[in-house]
Ligand binder design. Structure first.
Ligand SMILES: Cc1cc2nc3c(=O)[nH]c(=O)nc-3n(C[C@H](O)[C@H](O)[C@H](O)COP(=O)(O)OP(=O)(O)OC[C@H]3O[C@@H](n4cnc5c(N)ncnc54)[C@H](O)[C@@H]3O)c2cc1C
Length: 471
């Protein structure tokens, strides 16, 4: 085993276990703080964790379609810091919710059943309020009630009763009808990945507050134009490697344990000593690694194991030799288990910086669509054949009769996000041993499990590490 010489002993040596968004955010922050003796260990072959590229035969794809918001300020800043330009790497649009109905039989095209577009020339929250007022598919009384509800929430400073669920909040605010299902419920599911009837109302309000009180761009939709590993984790790896850090992929850490003043880390290829370790792995993997500590980590290990999760399934459809396109890159499908359908081939083929919808569509020869099934509560919502039929019916509603898709693929991530319910005890970053710090989207936060939460937790873990070196 490598031991530390006297020069190394005086130089902070830090390991980060996990090369997802949290781990890579921590790494960038530590290297910028001058900690060069830094190693990232990632178990998988590709960096990114739950937001990663899956290398494929014909073309690469992600493990699941992701959507970000303009309010993801820390992610956007870090992307810039490692040399990426978010304006080039994302398709950005003012908040727009467009829901398509399914025409039966699909012989002629059907209209969208609901449409809402934030009025981006107005400051927040007027941009959203005007969008609601001008939305189509909901009657005037529903729109007025939604505006009154927004006003009431603003007066309450976006606070609700402790332990309240999102559904109960909507009932209390008398939000009903089409706006409830297409706007409020959809926002809840998209942001919290938890059904409204069990989702935490306060976390939902925290996001609403950021959107309503932040700059008008906070509610913008940001859809990646590159795969999720290229979006941030890979440029972050190059950035830290250029400054002297090491990044090992396909290198799972088997054990971490105290070894006197230091921590001994045993990986598939290495055994090394560190002053500090940041555990940026999902809760279950973290509880396994904590077992090396014995009794003092017992309670934390149990807390991690008790955290509930929600699934996300992603269905990908390919139509070879057909240049199909959606009216907008992200569309909802009304009354179906599929919440959103994304025009993946447009998004990946669009030139950086070019958001011209029609031009990009004309250039392509085949079409790929990804469909998101958030927090499915019933196994029947995960039947690939049935989902493929719904998605295909939606395409036919938009484009008229079509041959069946050439391929379809369903990826189910069983532990996609924390189930964002009221009163869940999310752990803090620090552990009973101050040399070991946690990072990840599941930690204590005013936000649900998202890329932004993961990045913020990585930054916090780095700050705690730096703080303990300076004491
Ligand atoms: C299908 C899907 C769709 C989603 N959609 C959205 C969305 O639209 N918007 C959004 O903001 N968020 C979305 N999320 C959530 C988002 O992906 C996560 O919040 C975020 O990626 C979590 O990052 P993390 O770094 O905390 O954890 P992870 O990404 O899980 O990273 C942990 C890393 O640790 C590694 N690891 C585990 N054990 C070991 C070990 N022993 N040794 C070394 N490495 C190890 C893992 O391989 C992994 O790379 C989605 C998630 C999924 C799965």
């Amino acid at each position: 085993m490598a031991s530390l010489n006297s020069a190394q002993r005086n130089r902070p040596r830090v390991a980060i276990i996990g090369g997802g968004y949290a781990g890579m955010a921590a790494a960038v922050s530590l290297i910028d703080a001058g900690i060069q003796d830094l190693t990232v260990y990632e178990a998988g072959p590709v960096l990114g964790g739950r937001a990663r590229r899956i290398p494929g035969g014909n073309s690469d794809d992600d493990n699941g379609q992701h959507l970000c918001l303009g309010a993801y300020t820390e992610l956007l800043k870090l992307m810039n810091r490692v040399g990426g330009d978010p304006e080039q790497l994302f398709y950005r649009s003012p908040l727009r919710l467009l829901f398509q109905g399914l025409a039966t039989p699909p012989i002629k095209q059907s209209r969208s059943v609901f449409s809402l577009r934030s009025q981006s020339y107005l400051p927040a929250p007027l941009n959203l309020a005007a969008g609601i007022l001008l939305s189509s598919g909901a009657n005037l009384s529903e729109r007025t009630r939604t505006l009154l509800a927004l006003n009431r929430l603003q007066q309450q400073r976006y606070r609700c009763t402790s332990g309240q669920t999102v559904s109960s909040l909507f009932n209390e605010l008398d939000i009903q009808g089409e706006l409830r299902s297409y706007f409020w419920d959809s926002l809840c599911l998209a942001a919290l990945n938890t059904p409204p009837k069990i989702a935490c109302a306060q976390t939902f309000l925290n996001i609403l507050q950021d959107i309503a009180e932040g700059p008008r761009q906070a509610s913008d939709l940001l859809i990646p134009k590159v795969d999720l590993s290229r979006l941030f984790p890979e440029p972050a790896a190059r950035y830290i490697q250029d400054k002297g850090a090491e990044v090992f992929s396909s290198c799972a850490v088997k054990r971490v344990e105290p070894a006197g003043q230091l921590l001994r880390l045993q990986g598939t290829r290495h055994q090394r000593l560190y002053h500090h370790v940041i555990l940026a792995v999902p809760p279950r993997a973290a509880s396994v690694l904590l077992s090396g500590w014995g009794e003092c980590m017992h309670d934390l290990g149990n807390q991690l194991l008790a955290l509930p999760h929600e699934k996300i399934a992603t269905l990908t459809l390919d139509y070879f030799n057909s240049a199909l396109r959606l009216p907008f890159p992200m569309m909802g499908i009304a009354n179906s288990p599929i919440e959103w359908m994304f025009d993946r081939s447009f998004l990946l083929q669009a030139k950086p910086g070019s958001d011209s919808w029609n031009r990009a569509a004309l250039q392509r020869k085949s079409s790929r669509f990804t469909c998101v099934i958030s927090a499915p509560q019933e196994e029947t919502h995960l039947e690939k054949h049935a989902l493929t039929q719904v998605a295909h019916a939606c395409m036919q509603s938009l484009c008229g009769p079509l041959p069946d898709p050439d391929t379809s693929r369903l990826v189910v991530e069983k532990f996609a996000t924390l189930s964002c319910r009221p009163n869940i005890r999310r752990p803090h970053a620090h552990t009973p041993d101050k040399r070991l710090i946690l990072a990840g989207d599941y930690l204590q936060s005013r936000y649900p499990s998202t890329l932004e939460t993961a990045v913020r937790s990585g930054l916090e873990a780095a700050a705690l590490t730096i703080e303990s070196f300076s004491i």
